[in-house]
Write a protein that binds this ligand. Structure first.
Ligand code: ADP
Ligand code: ZN
Length: 727
């Protein structure tokens, strides 16, 4: 018997499979997807078994494996299929795909040191009275009584009474220890909540999904903010559980959706497992095995949870489908939604994508019936959507209102006087976004990334938001010693401005700087929820799933910030972000008011946001995409050419473009090379070539060829991203 073993060597981007012989005594343990230890270059390495065969046709001496590591298969056929799917669809290596699927403790590597955690139980070896009779003193008797009455079950607890008595009893064989595995994460005790009676709209959506539980069907659930999508998900999942199947729910970011997780926990209790990057390696390892053992049947997780090894998976639900976070930007550059489509089709189960602002791509597919389109057009209980007002900041500035318009101030004041709360959104953290000298024009830029440094007042530092480069802010221009000017505003400054304007109000800030510490987000969240503060100032963190009953006013401080980002999706992103943020207002009993401050009051997208008119936005944006040949009308591939040397990067980028011109179908459009939007990050120069195509039979092979050429190039790197979200 011979096996092909995938070894994880230095370069994860190149797959290296080697054949080994299996000695007779290990044959019965061999299964595809288990790990084995094998000799390699005088070392012992771990790798996964990918293939088993009877014969071997090489002519050099073949080595034998040392050991089979796993009792159970780690990489099930389902996981392996997904890994091959990623390899083929994103041009990544199998190793990199497998690496993201597994928790650290189960990866093929000698370095990981994660073990199962055990609780040690105590049990009586004889009937109770016999045990008592064997005791030699009162303390020993006490321990026996306690074990019998289950006052102490664990050795730890018994040791607190008398560890020496416990030891003696074990030595005398009167009691014994038994190990049982303990999971590191304990489910929080949460009050169980009954399910709600669905509204008519919800009921219709629910029934359509339920009707397809035994087949593969893809749904796009378009439900406005507060329309009760979560309740529908939960009731659908109840049905799935009744059929003895399990459910997988993806969310963009767990830490930003505590209410979502709590809702699920209060409905499904200990059947839940939550997977996210905040877990320790040990916790991840435990949760993963809990899922594989079918002890957790409802899994909520972020992007990579799409690979969770659920048993008898019955449905996949992806909430906030439009979110960028489902796409991984680094190798392997997969999109969890594509994997979900593949997995659900293979398992013959439904896939539900939900959003208040569906991505153009998915909405377009729904209009071609590739997705079944379901809608929840109204908020639960007929609560109206908030009214929105667009404020022209050009006029405000003439009146001397640089940051807060008259209208916004009025709304803040009247909300607070009614004991209601306010959320203000500004998509920039820090204090000032640019600092430059008033005389010589000197501007602080990151020496590694060529972008302006952001001023953080509290720590008096200038920081690069790309690479983290940080320096202390000098008082004067380092060039000519004149005064420094501060331009642009981040959340830190907004907070300060507000505090000055409203010294009596309590203001809280939520951004990457204030939520860095463990549970930082939750603490801020709780404080605001308990109405300890009047105003919450924040970056896009405040736009996600917050459901505060008492918020009646939402202010968008600078709606132009995202509109002006040079990316063809900036309009779509602006609509998503502002619509979601507006959705935070007036969710319970209060009427919502949204103030949108902008220098482009006639911007079509902002008008669509103000009118909550997704359809209008969709038609408008689709028109632009059609004209400019962007998705969903064309597919995109981005090729990034990176090198330390500017000239070299440029030269190779030209070669790449020329190669594509030669090889690709004549209908495909090749743009570039140009410098990337961020043309230097961490001292690496970045060039870019874009391919737009509809059908191109030569594409895959050409890209694979290019990939192969550059994999071995030590000085120039080529990053190929199929269907990128950012270009
Ligand atoms: P979405 O996910 O669409 O933004 P949610 O599921 O968070 O909306 O629902 C908004 C609010 O309405 C929540 O507080 C939820 O508990 C409540 N809700 C949802 N469905 C119902 C229902 N059928 N009856 C009463 N309240 C509901
Ligand atoms: Zn930098």
């Amino acid at each position: 018997m011979y096996i092909d073993v995938l070894l994880e060597l230095k370069n994860k981007n190149i797959d290296q499979t080697f054949t080994y012989k299996v000695p007779d005594n290990l044959k019965k343990e061999i299964m595809i997807g288990k790990r084995v230890k094998v000799p390699f270059n005088k070392r012992i390495l771990e790798g996964f078994i990918l293939n088993i065969k009877d014969t071997y046709e090489g002519n050099f001496n073949i080595l034998e494996i040392e050991q089979v590591v796993d009792e159970e298969v780690i990489l099930t056929q389902e996981l392996l299929d997904m890994a091959y799917f990623i390899k083929e669809s994103t041009l990544s290596s199998l190793s990199s795909a497998i690496a993201i699927m597994l928790p650290k403790g189960l990866k093929a590597s000698n370095k990981t040191n994660i073990n199962k955690k055990y609780q040690v139980f105590l049990k009586l070896n004889y009937p109770y009275l016999d045990c008592l009779a064997k005791c030699q003193n009162e303390m020993q008797k006490k321990i026996i009584i306690y074990i019998n009455e289950e006052v102490v079950a664990f050795k730890k607890e018994a040791n607190l009474i008398s560890s020496s008595a416990v030891k003696t009893l074990i030595k005398k064989d009167i009691i014994s220890e038994e190990k049982s595995e303990e999971y590191r994460l304990k489910n929080k005790e949460i009050k169980k909540e009954e399910k709600k009676v669905l509204t008519k709209d919800q009921q219709q959506v629910y029934e359509q999904i339920i009707a397809s539980l035994d087949k593969h069907q893809k749904f796009l659930l378009h439900g406005v903010t507060g329309s009760g999508k979560t309740e529908v998900y939960m009731q659908v999942i109840e049905k799935v559980l009744e059929k003895n199947a399990s459910a997988l729910v993806l969310v963009p970011e767990i830490s930003l959706t505590p209410q979502f997780v709590n809702n699920f926990a209060s409905r499904f209790g200990s059947l839940i497992a939550v997977l996210h990057s905040g877990l320790s390696d040990g916790e991840k390892y435990d949760e993963w095995r809990k899922i594989k053992r079918n002890e957790a049947k409802v899994v909520i997780g972020t992007r990579s949870s799409i690979f969770a090894p659920l048993v008898n998976l019955g449905i996949i639900i992806i909430d906030e489908e439009h979110s960028d976070s489902y796409k991984q930007e680094a190798m392997p550059r997969y999109n969890a939604i594509d994997v979900a489509e593949y997995r659900s089709e293979k398992l013959n189960i439904p896939l539900v994508l939900g959003s208040a602002t569906p991505s153009l791509e998915k909405r377009a597919r729904a209009s071609k019936n590739l997705y079944t389109y379901l809608t929840l057009p109204k908020r639960v209980n007929q609560r109206p959507l908030p009214t929105s007002t667009i404020v022209d900041m050009t006029k405000e500035i003439k009146k001397g209102n640089f940051i807060l318009s008259e209208k916004l101030k009025l709304e803040i004041e009247s909300a607070v006087s009614r004991q209601e709360q306010v959320i203000l959104f500004l998509n920039r953290r820090g204090y000032s976004t640019t600092i430059s000298c008033s005389s010589c024009g000197f501007t602080y830029k990151c020496p590694h990334c060529e972008i302006t440094l952001t001023y953080h007042k509290l720590k008096n530092t200038l920081r690069c938001h790309y690479c983290g480069y940080t320096i202390f802010k000098p008082d004067k221009c380092p060039n000519c010693h004149d005064e420094l000017n501060y331009y642009g505003m981040g959340t830190e400054k907004l907070e300060a401005v507000l505090q000055k304007e409203y010294p009596d109000l309590k203001i809280l800030r939520m951004d990457a700087d204030t939520t860095k510490n463990k549970n930082g987000y939750e603490k801020i969240f709780e404080k605001f929820k308990n109405h300890e503060y009047d105003i919450l100032v924040g970056t896009q963190m405040v736009s996600k799933g917050l459901d505060f009953a008492n918020v009646s006013v939402v202010g968008i401080i600078n709606a132009d910030a995202t509109l002006n980002i040079p990316d063809f999706r900036s309009g779509e992103r602006t609509f998503d972000l502002l619509d979601q943020t507006s959705g935070r207002a007036g969710r319970k009993d209060t009427l919502g008011n949204v103030i949108i401050q902008t220098f482009n009051p006639d911007n079509y997208i902002l008008k669509c946001v103000a009118n909550h008119d997704y359809d209008k936005f969709y038609n408008y944006e689709m028109n632009i995409r059609r004209k400019l040949k962007y998705p969903p009308f064309y597919y995109l591939v981005s090729l990034k050419i990176l090198a330390k040397d500017y000239e070299e990067a440029k030269e190779e980028a030209t070669k790449v473009a020329n190669y594509l011109h030669k090889k690709l179908d004549k209908t495909s459009i090749i743009l570039g090379p140009t410098t990337s939007n961020m043309f230097k990050i961490n001292n690496i120069y970045r060039f870019q070539v874009i391919i737009k195509y509809r059908f191109d039979n030569y594409l895959k092979d050409t890209l694979k060829e290019l990939d192969k050429i550059y994999l071995l190039n030590k000085k120039v790197r080529l990053e190929i991203d199929l269907n990128p979200l950012n270009i």
